[in-house]
Design a protein around this ligand. Structure first.
Ligand SMILES: Nc1nc2c(ncn2[C@@H]2O[C@H](COP(=O)(O)OP(=O)(O)OP(=O)(O)O)[C@@H](O)[C@H]2O)c(=O)[nH]1
Ligand SMILES: [Mg+2]
Length: 471
């Protein structure tokens, strides 16, 4: 443990030095992390951001583009040979092809390098030639950040905390029943270990569906290519003393440590620790539609996710970061094209309030933060429609189900976000008024003018906040 962290520190030290040298002498690299919970809009965001940085006709809010200082933008092989490449071309093709549709779910880390040749602005304008800035975009599931809390825990501590939580939840009854017939000191028996792990995973799935956000270990719910492997075949057992050799308990301890060192640690070391700028995508409209409990759960999950960006919170992470940190974090409510722009300020206020606690902490730690409502791919148009003597601000698009064109008014969002978050915090199970409808629109076939990227809402503002100062 000690040896590996010293070695890690040395490697990180060398990396940091070489990063700084190459940054000063050669070409600066910005590593942009894109995260969010499942279905929050990460893949669509990255695809549209890259397309709109390659063709900048719709990016007036990105100052360097507006000033015409970006001379060229091109995709390059990424620097990390072992990370899957973000499949930009395939995602763009499904979104903008002749029969457009939404991309499939992606459940792992991926990366893409976009390089920009930029002429300096301001005082340096006439003095320096163009330089190349590399933007490395890293897509990773927000759920993985939740595992940070495991790193400073032993198996016994983790198991005790987890079991205490399970005992208070009806969703865990089945797992706890299976546990009551289990002797942790008995000889390790693989079918029994697997049955326990399956039972525990089933509990995590039910708990997540019921709206709990503390469903860790995160990879149990998003196993990817680790499904069925021993690092995911453990479960919490009651621990009353040191484990015996060859016992079930000893094997569970071993696998828990393997999960930490072979799943959690590499993610934080190889991906998280190297990020400079971060965008956290939030499907706030989806949560509001599901009701107060989903909103409250999302608020908790955001606070947990953002805890990872607060240096000092976790001793293990501090050692890994070596003083490095993310210096800008953007919180973006996605899919804002579900709303007429008259309702966007209300959505922005909600995302601000939803992440306020977490933002205050990050601010405290010196990172700049901003919250905004955006649509990475705008698939609707706006119109006002008369309804019972009132003009309702609607959006029109192609419905995902049935493919029909329809105009749609989702319902009122309160001007004061407290009206949503208050009941959610107080444990309400339904909104007092008519609630908020959600509608899924399909991407529409589009014809892009040369030089224009796909249509969006405020993607340029997001880009300016995230990278504009470095261009
Ligand atoms: N109208 C609209 N819908 C969007 C937008 N972005 C995402 N969506 C919807 O949200 C869904 C999820 O988007 P993805 O980009 O695949 O989300 P993700 O975070 O990559 O999801 P996972 O890979 O499953 O974690 C899409 O299938 C769309 O239905 C947008 O800008 N506008
Ligand atoms: Mg995805």
């Amino acid at each position: 443990m000690v040896i590996s962290s010293i070695a890690e520190r040395l490697v990180r030290g060398v990396e940091t030095v070489s990063d700084t040298v190459s940054e000063a002498l050669f070409e600066p690299v910005i590593r942009l992390g894109v995260t969010g919970l499942a279905r929050s809009g990460k893949t669509v965001f990255i695809t549209s951001l890259v397309a709109n940085l390659l063709d900048r006709g719709r990016m007036p809010g990105l100052v360097a583009a507006q000033e015409g200082r970006i001379e060229a933008a091109f995709l390059q092989p990424q620097p990390d040979d072992t990370v899957p490449r973000f499949d930009y071309e395939a995602h763009l093709a499904v979104l903008t092809g002749p029969a457009p549709h939404w991309p499939d779910s992606t459940r792992a880390v991926s990366e893409l390098r976009l390089s920009l040749r930029v002429r300096p602005g301001g005082l340096l304008a006439g003095l320096q030639g163009p330089r190349t800035v590399h933007l490395d975009i890293v897509d990773y599931p927000g759920e993985w950040l939740l595992d940070l809390g495991l790193m400073d825990k032993s198996y016994a501590e983790w198991a005790a905390e987890t079991l205490a939580r399970l005992r208070a939840r009806p969703e865990a009854a089945e797992y706890l029943a299976a546990l009551s017939g289990t002797d942790p000191d008995a000889r390790h028996d693989e079918p029994q270990a697997q049955a326990l792990a399956r039972g525990f995973t089933a509990y995590l799935e039910t708990a997540r569906a019921a709206g709990y956000s503390d469903c860790t270990p995160g990879r149990f719910l998003l196993p990817g290519d680790l499904a069925g492997s021993p690092v995911l075949t453990f479960a919490p057992l009651p621990v009353s003393g040191p484990s015996r050799r060859g016992s079930l308990l000893r094997e569970m301890e071993r696998r828990f440590e393997a999960y930490k060192s072979q799943v959690v640690r590499p993610f934080f070391r190889d991906h998280f620790a190297r990020i400079d700028r971060q965008v956290v995508l939030v499907d706030a409209l989806g949560a509001i539609h599901k009701g107060p409990q989903a909103v409250e759960d999302m608020r908790h999950a955001m606070a947990d996710i953002l805890g990872a960006f607060r240096p000092g919170r976790n001793a293990w992470l501090n050692r890994l970061l070596l003083g490095r940190r993310v210096d800008r974090i953007l919180f973006a409510a996605t899919k804002a094209d579900h709303l007429h722009h008259l309702q966007h300020p209300a959505l922005t206020a909600i995302i601000e309030a939803l992440t306020r606690e977490a933002r205050d902490r990050a601010q405290f730690a010196g990172a700049r933060t901003e919250a905004l409502a955006l649509a990475a791919l705008r698939v609707t148009t706006e119109e006002m429609r008369a309804h019972q003597g009132r003009e309702l601000p609607c959006v029109r698009g192609t419905l995902l189900e049935g493919g029909r064109q329809a105009a749609f008014y989702p319902g009122a969002l309160p001007q004061d976000p407290g009206q949503l978050l208050g009941p959610a915090r107080g444990g309400a199970t339904a909104w007092l008024n008519d609630g908020f409808q959600a509608m899924t629109f399909a991407p529409a076939p589009m014809q892009l003018k040369p030089g224009d990227g796909p249509p969006h809402i405020r993607l340029d503002r997001a880009a300016q906040f995230l990278i504009g100062d470095r261009l």
